[in-house]
Design a protein around this ligand. Structure first.
Ligand code: ADP
Length: 408
């Protein structure tokens, strides 16, 4: 219950109670602000710091007296993880004043007064006045330096370990394949069945190491990317040709649907993306569709509007329970039902797919109905044909020059 909801018996007494409670509330607020571990910074609409708690002082190296009354950009200097200062337009306070919405940046680094870099998690919220204008912004910064260092160490360990383990696993897989090859070795049926099981497990282990390595790289932004302009309709036609074989093996139909239902001609859909990374994502969604679908078929769709190209991969499989959908794109998440218990997997494919699609400013999601099937969607930014041809032309003009310099 708020302080104003208390019933006051007399005006005089009521007035006294009110001011006491107000004083109490003010005292409580300042007690909290001055004693919490997180840095709290209040900035007014002229970009001037109005409140700067002791934790903000400890984090930034600026004292309260110095910070209050000056421009926030002088005391809350942010940079990316490589220490490159944010341009003003990327500063969460600036974004809040422009966009009137809370901004959270969990990957920021603060440059302290003595030029040290500290990893911080920053969240800035607007203070909206009765005229719907932003009268100020309140930022809360948390020092996550230790935490981020530990995360990095963990990711480095996973990268190195999975990289080192992949090599012997590949060798085991190769030798097992040789042992099962009639042309090079003779084994009886019993031995063959054991080796087949060993081979399947080794394959799974190899995939797990590969996925671990890719997801560790995706997490700390080390995934390689060579984006180029590609026309996605012809790209998808070729890709679907390559995928046909694994659908046929399971007696599932595979159809490509181009453009919207009522369109007679499919427009050219250009984007700028690394074709190998996009193939990785679509193949992963397609492999899942095949893996989890026992009968029926898979439809791969490609369509778009002025700004977006949309892929869809629809199956007639078991569907995904509603409560699992929000977690599906998290690391190691697997739906716990009979379908996934019997079908092998790492729970990393969708996590990696999301990271890749987000790397290109896109979005990935799923819609699903139990016992009917699932459709995974990918939206990626589209670029118009003129822009695409201009970039392609610039590239072809550049290539001969480059090869000339090489031969000189
Ligand atoms: P996994 O290696 O387990 O397939 P993914 O990250 O690719 O890992 O998928 C996560 C989980 O999402 C799967 O374990 C499965 O439960 C569910 N899933 C993904 N695709 C489908 C699909 N097409 N139909 C039903 N369930 C799916």
């Amino acid at each position: 219950m708020g302080i104003f909801s208390k019933k006051n018996k007399t005006n005089k007494r009521g007035g006294k109670q009110l001011s006491e409670s107000l004083r109490d509330e003010k005292l409580k607020s300042s007690l909290i602000i001055n004693n919490i571990d997180d840095a709290v910074v209040l900035v007014d609409s002229s970009n001037i710091v109005q409140t700067f708690n002791p934790a903000a002082g400890a984090l930034t190296g600026w004292s309260q007296e110095e910070a209050i009354g000056i421009d926030y950009r002088s005391v809350i200097k942010l940079a990316d993880d490589k220490g490159k200062p944010y341009p003003d337009s990327n500063h969460p306070f600036y974004k809040v004043f422009i966009g009137k919405k809370t901004i959270r940046d969990s990957q920021a680094t603060i440059i302290t007064r003595d030029n040290r870099l500290l990893a911080v998690d920053i969240s800035v919220s607007p203070l909206i006045d009765s005229g719907n204008l932003v009268s100020g912004a309140i930022g809360v910064l948390r020092d996550v330096d230790e935490q981020r260092k530990e995360e990095k160490q963990r990711a480095d360990f996973i990268s190195t370990a999975s990289h080192e383990m992949r090599t012997p696993v590949a060798a085991i897989e190769g030798y097992l394949a040789l042992a099962m090859n009639d042309k090079v070795s003779q084994i009886d049926t019993k031995a063959r069945s054991f080796l087949e099981k060993a081979h399947a497990s080794t394959e799974h282990l190899g995939k797990l190491f590969q996925d671990l390595l890719t997801s560790a790289k995706a997490e700390d932004g080390r995934l390689t990317s060579h984006p180029e302009i590609i026309e996605l309709v012809s790209y998808t036609e070729k890709l679907v040709e390559d995928l046909k074989f694994s659908a046929e093996k399971k007696e599932l139909s595979l159809n490509l649907i181009k453009g919207s239902k009522d369109a007679t001609i499919t427009p050219l859909l250009y984007t700028k993306i690394d074709p190998d990374r996009l193939r990785e994502v679509i193949t992963n969604l397609f492999d899942n569709a095949v893996k989890y679908t026992d009968s029926g078929g898979i439809k791969i769709g490609i369509t778009g509007d002025l700004n977006v190209v949309q892929f869809s991969i629809a199956d007639t499989g078991p569907g995904i329970p509603r409560e699992d959908i929000p977690h599906l794109f998290q690391k190691f998440y697997r739906v716990d039902n009979s379908a996934t218990r019997t079908v092998g997997g790492t729970g990393l494919g969708l996590f990696i797919s999301r990271k890749i699609i987000e790397m290109y400013g896109g979005k990935i999601w799923v819609e699903s109905e139990l016992n009917k099937g699932s459709t995974f969607y990918i939206n990626i930014p589209r670029i118009n044909s003129q822009q695409a041809s201009a970039e392609l032309k610039a590239k072809t003009e550049e290539t001969p020059k480059l090869s000339q310099t090489k031969t000189v």
